[in-house]
Design a protein around this ligand. Structure first.
Ligand code: ATP
Ligand code: MG
Length: 458
């Protein structure tokens, strides 16, 4: 209970209210004792009036008068003469005298508490002014028992009342603080938790609604913090996407430039002196561009833009890819194409080119690293509900690491100089077409990557 704010507040309220009641009790006890003793003096004076009326009274009457007033004897001082007015035997010696005429507050408090807690029966002397100036001084001897009992009864009564009041006050205060502070605070906390779950969602930013000024200020501060944070997160996300996009563009741009470089190599051999002179410069420019692409490839990936679908002739696209790859393989690899000349499908030509080119490039690189005559076959056909395209090679199959991280950016690459992005990009591009790129087979006899493009959403 002491760990929660409400529990702590409840306990503290009870403690403080009890403390306040005790502070009230102590002076009340002193006051009560003072009143009690004054009343005793008054009663003694009234009893002694009987003596004024009659000169001699019987000892029986005297004893009765004293008993009614609950005192042992009374001394009146008039005109400097000390006169024992009423008397009865005192059962024990007098232990203390109290002068009620000019008591200090401190004495009253100390004597009051002593009378409350000392339960033994003593005989005390009390001095005070007589009522209505009937003499100079009145002095009585009395037992403390009556006083003690009356004080205890009074204190118990005060304590009961204070307990009831403190309990009521504590409950009311507790309720008020709970309504005004704890509930709004809990709302703010639960809001913070829901914001933490989706900080990039602008809808979860707090809408300040507290009526308490302090709480409102906290909410306002939190709102501006959340607005800033959400903005920063969004910007970061955009930058990450931009970085990813740049990486992908660089990747495929590098491949395209590599092909361009190969073509340019041929141009260098041209008879035309102008062409021969400019060609090396062109080669160098392209090399620099390739280098730039490669250095950019350290960035993350993001969603590709939606494909721009159009009808395209697949044999044409295959031809483009093969031509570039053939050039790169320098004739060491045989390319075959198994596709109907008029097969048409709907796809984004640029993106599909990038995919098939990536697959061929991978196959070529794998074949180049192994001895023997390499063979790459591109095939495609129309099937029920979809088109399929396959890129098959007779290479060594995918290394274990590549297989385990298939289609994961930056993870599966094992080729030197490769970035491990090619397959991840290709898979994403095909997914963008609603299709699927998969590794159909990979063993010592070779690998087959297959693409399935659905006709339904075309
Ligand atoms: N046909 C294949 N035969 C053997 N291994 C392959 C084949 N295709 C892909 N791999 C393996 O899969 C890995 C991942 O290919 P991926 O195209 O994703 O990256 P990369 O070729 O290394 O780099 P880049 O991003 O430049 O394409 C390659 O490093 C290679 O080891
Ligand atoms: Mg590759």
């Amino acid at each position: 209970m002491f760990q929660t704010l409400s529990g702590r507040f409840f306990i503290l309220t009870v403690l403080f209210v009890v403390l306040a009641e005790v502070l009230i009790l102590v002076p009340s006890v002193a006051r009560f004792r003072q009143d009690y003793l004054s009343a005793s003096l008054e009663r003694a004076q009234i009893a002694s009036l009987a003596l004024e009326a009659e000169d001699r009274i019987s000892s029986d009457l005297e004893a009765e008068l004293l008993e009614t007033a609950e005192i042992y004897n009374v001394v009146l001082r008039r005109n400097e003469v000390r006169q024992l007015v009423l008397s009865s035997p005192i059962p024990a010696p007098i232990v203390a005298s109290f002068d009620l005429r000019h008591p200090s507050a401190y004495d009253l408090v100390v004597d009051g508490l002593a009378a409350l807690f000392d339960s033994s029966d003593h005989v005390i002397r009390v001095l005070g002014d007589p009522v209505r100036r009937a003499g100079l001084l009145i002095e009585i001897t009395m037992s403390t028992r009556g006083l003690h009992e009356a004080l205890v009864a009074y204190a118990i009564q005060v304590l009961w009342v204070s307990t009831a009041i403190s309990a009521l006050t504590a409950v009311l205060l507790f309720w008020a603080v709970r309504q005004a502070l704890l509930l709004p605070m809990r709302q703010v906390v639960s809001h913070m938790q829901s914001y933490a779950n989706a900080p990039e969602d602008a809808r979860s930013i707090i809408a300040p609604n507290a009526r308490l000024r302090e709480l409102r200020e906290a909410q306002d501060a939190m709102k501006s913090m959340q607005v800033e944070l959400t903005g920063a997160l969004k910007q970061k996300e955009r930058l990450a996407q931009l970085g990813g996009a740049v990486a992908k563009i660089s990747h495929d741009l590098r491949n395209i430039l590599s092909s361009a470089q190969l073509f340019t190599d041929r141009i260098e051999a041209s008879e035309d002196p102008t062409v021969a002179r400019l060609a090396p410069k062109l080669v160098r420019s392209i090399s620099r561009a390739i280098h730039l692409c490669e250095t950019t490839l350290a960035y993350g990936r993001a969603e590709e833009s939606a494909p721009q679908l159009e009808w395209l002739k697949l044999s044409r696209l295959f031809e483009d890819v093969v031509e570039a790859e053939q050039l790169a393989s320098e004739g060491k690899i045989t390319f075959t194409r198994t596709v109907a000349e008029d097969l048409q499908l709907r796809a984004d030509p640029e993106q599909l080119y990038r995919v098939i080119s990536n697959l061929c490039r991978n196959a070529r690189q794998a074949l180049e690293a192994t001895p023997g005559q390499g063979q790459i076959d591109l095939s495609a056909a129309d099937a029920q509900g979809h088109w399929w395209i396959k890129v098959q090679d007779n290479g060594p199959g995918l290394p274990e690491r590549a297989k385990n991280n298939l289609f994961t950016a930056f993870q599966g690459g094992t080729t030197k100089g490769g970035s491990g992005l090619g397959l991840a990009i290709s898979a994403e591009l095909i997914r963008g077409h609603g299709g699927r790129l998969s590794l159909e087979k990979s063993d010592a006899q070779g690998s087959i990557f297959s693409i399935e493009l659905p006709k339904a959403n075309n």
